[in-house]
Design a binder for this molecule. Sequence first.
Ligand SMILES: C[S@@+](CC[C@H](N)C(=O)[O-])C[C@H]1O[C@@H](n2cnc3c(N)ncnc32)[C@H](O)[C@@H]1O
Length: 297
Amino acid sequence: MREEERSITAEGVAYARAKHLLYDDPIMFEDFFAIDFLSPRRRRFLKNPLIGLLMRSTLYRHFRPRRAYSVDRSRYNEEKLEKAIAQGMTQYAIIGAGYDSFALRRRDLSDSIKIFELDHPATQKAKKQRLSELNVELPKNLELIPVDFEKETVADALKRSSYIREVPAFFSWLGTIRYLTRDAVFKTLQSLLSLAAPESEIVFDYSIPDVLINPKDLKRFNKNRRLAAHLGEPMITHFDPDILVTEMEDLGFELIENLSPNERKVRYFANRKDNLLPSATTYFAHFRVRQVGRKMR
Ligand SMILES: C[S@@+](CC[C@H](N)C(=O)[O-])C[C@H]1O[C@@H](n2cnc3c(N)ncnc32)[C@H](O)[C@@H]1O
């Protein structure tokens, strides 16, 4: 990311969630804050009745199959998070939080879970400023921790907060890994392991290498990659799903789930009225921090 600038891709995913709420059917992830984080131009565009007519038209939907780049991953993450909270998880750290609105949407959980949003200082500043413009008070269970992962680790950042290292935590790391160097990804995972108590969990999404992508999807992916690079956030890191599992197990995690686009199609995209599809180049991973001494599968 460029040092002084907020993340453009963070607004991009908020845009995708806002558009989903306005125009997709059925709704798989209800983020009613997303539209408020958009620039006035983007807000006007999405609310334009003519755009609405076009988005809802059968012809448009037929000829323009769309990919749910961020809504299914947020749905997936929050399903896993809710389950963990129901089982007693009391800490939630959002790595590269962007315009994530869980803490704002779920004030009902403010006595049950402490939330730590870690993000690049420029993006976090923009988010705080926007919330202040909207007169939205930060929930009492939310701590914002500015951090540049190319310079500082998750552990160092969390040490500056009220995070309790002896207590298991749920970590989400969505839409961020592909923008970091491989070295920064593994350093972050190692750092996370250095402070996460056993039974902590992590959900993240990642892109797969070109050789595993079919030519049609690769063409679309290359277009998105060029756009992201142009915006100053090049997608530089990709993982082979099988190799990633081995690497994670070697680090000290155990696999809960490594969800492919085809599996998501069945789980989240069956019987849709629109033609929304999962991103064909992204996997979702869910791992647990292994108990010391526990054997792998
Ligand atoms: C595509 S956004 C994803 C935001 C959010 N997780 C979501 O899914 O809506 C990527 C996020 O990674 C953050 N990011 C990118 N590079 C970073 C870095 N070096 N240090 C800290 N955060 C970074 C950006 O600020 C941005 O919020």
